[in-house]
Design a binder for this molecule. Structure first.
Ligand code: DQA
Length: 143
C-alpha cells in the first residue's frame, strides 16, 4: 500500500517541542520505525507549517497514494480549507493526534476536519500514526 503521512504546523519540532505532551522522539526517527513495521508499504512523509502547502499536497497525492494519515495539528481546529480539500479527494484520510485532544483545552475538542475523514485516532502518542496506517490497511483489504 502507498500511504502519505502529512504533519501540520509545529510538528517539525517533535522531540524538542513540549516533550511532556508530545514525547522526546523526532518524527524522522519514528518514521524509520514505521518503515520497519510496514516493510511492504511505501510510506511517504510531508510536513508543512503552511496551510496552502498542506492543501496542495492533499490534492497532489490523490493520484499517487491510496490513503493519507493526517495530523493537521492546530489547523485541525481552524481550517475549513483543509476540510474541503479532504472532501475533494477520493482517497481515505485518517485524522490522527499524538495527544488526547479531548483531555486538553476546550478549543482542541473541536475538529473542523473530522467530518471529512474516515475516522479519528487520538491520544496514543506517536503510536497514533501506526494505528492510522493499520486503519487504512483494513479499509483497503475490505475493498
Ligand atoms: C496535535 C493536537 C493539536 O491540538 C495541536 O495544535 C498540535 C498537535 C496532536 O498531535 O496532539 O499541534 O494535533
Amino acid at each position: 500500500m502507498t500511504i502519505l503521512i502529512i504533519n501540520g504546523p509545529n510538528l517539525n519540532l517533535l522531540g524538542s517541542r513540549e516533550k511532556t505532551i508530545y514525547g522526546a522522539q523526532c518524527f524522522e526517527e519514528y518514521l524509520e520505525e514505521l518503515k520497519q513495521i510496514f516493510p511492504d508499504f511505501t510510506l511517504d512523509y510531508f510536513q508543512s507549517n503552511i496551510e496552502g502547502e498542506i492543501i496542495n499536497k492533499i490534492h497532489e497525492c490523490r493520484l499517487s497514494h491510496e490513503g493519507i494519515v493526517l495530523n493537521a495539528a492546530a489547523y485541525t481546529h481552524t481550517s475549513v480549507a483543509i476540510r474541503d480539500a479532504i472532501s475533494a479527494v477520493d482517497i481515505p484520510v485518517i485524522e490522527v493526534h499524538i495527544s488526547n485532544v479531548h483531555k486538553r483545552e476546550p478549543f482542541r475538542h473541536v475538529s473542523l476536519i473530522s467530518v471529512s475523514c474516515v475516522g479519528v485516532i487520538a491520544g496514543f502518542g506517536l503510536d497514533s500514526y501506526r494505528l492510522g496506517i493499520e486503519a487504512l490497511t483494513k479499509l483497503n483489504n475490505s475493498k
